[in-house]
Design a protein around this ligand. Structure first.
Ligand code: ZN
Length: 189
């Protein structure tokens, strides 16, 4: 379950064997709280709100560490999944905002999750029956606008499973410049 307080999104994991609420900030900046089974959502919210400043600092530190890794690392292929997700997730949020009103089904976590894969032949894949899309880590070499377009393309498969005219009609409607954004992908993989 994802909750939000003071602009901090976090996931609650209730556990039998914990006595107190504990906060964990993962290397990708996402937050989860472990809490005793009996803790109420309000109690956990209050606790997170009290620690908001500490959480933001921990997130800022993670971000800095990632940026340092990125600046040292000119071989994008060696980037970790965490680095990829750090970049892809906000772009997925943006793409999701364009299409969410069209999709009726619910997804755990609010939208299809992103899986990073070592895929050479495709930039992304979507099986509309699953709760996630896969993205090739090779997209790390592509501009934000292009990555956002690829993500929207995969989300679009929840509406149209093929690449017929209907599919392109939706893409054009949701992202009028999608053809332009596609250009950097041509001939590269
Ligand atoms: Zn497709």
């Amino acid at each position: 379950m994802i909750s939000e307080v003071k602009g901090i999104k976090y996931e609650i994991r209730k556990k039998r064997n914990v006595k107190n609420i504990n906060i964990h900030v993962k290397p990708d900046g996402s937050v989860w709280a472990s809490a005793p089974l009996g803790a109420s959502a309000k109690e956990i919210d209050t606790f997170i709100a009290e620690k908001a400043e500490w959480i933001r600092q921990a997130q800022a530190k993670c971000k800095l560490q990632r940026e340092e890794r990125l600046s040292r690392n000119d071989d994008m292929f060696a980037l970790s999944t965490t680095d990829c997700l750090f970049r892809f997730n906000p772009l997925a949020d943006r793409a999701w905002a364009l299409i969410r009103h069209r999709l009726k089904r619910r997804f755990p976590g609010g939208r299809p999750q992103i899986k990073v894969v070592d895929e050479k032949s495709r930039w992304g894949t979507c099986n509309p029956r699953q709760d996630y899309i896969s993205l090739s880590h090779r997209l790390m070499r592509m501009p934000d606008k292009t990555v956002e377009m690829v993500i929207l393309h995969e989300f679009c498969h929840y509406l149209e499973s093929n690449h017929q005219a209907g599919f392109h009609g939706i893409m054009r409607e949701l992202m009028p410049d999608y053809k332009e954004r596609e250009k950097p992908l041509k001939g590269k993989r």
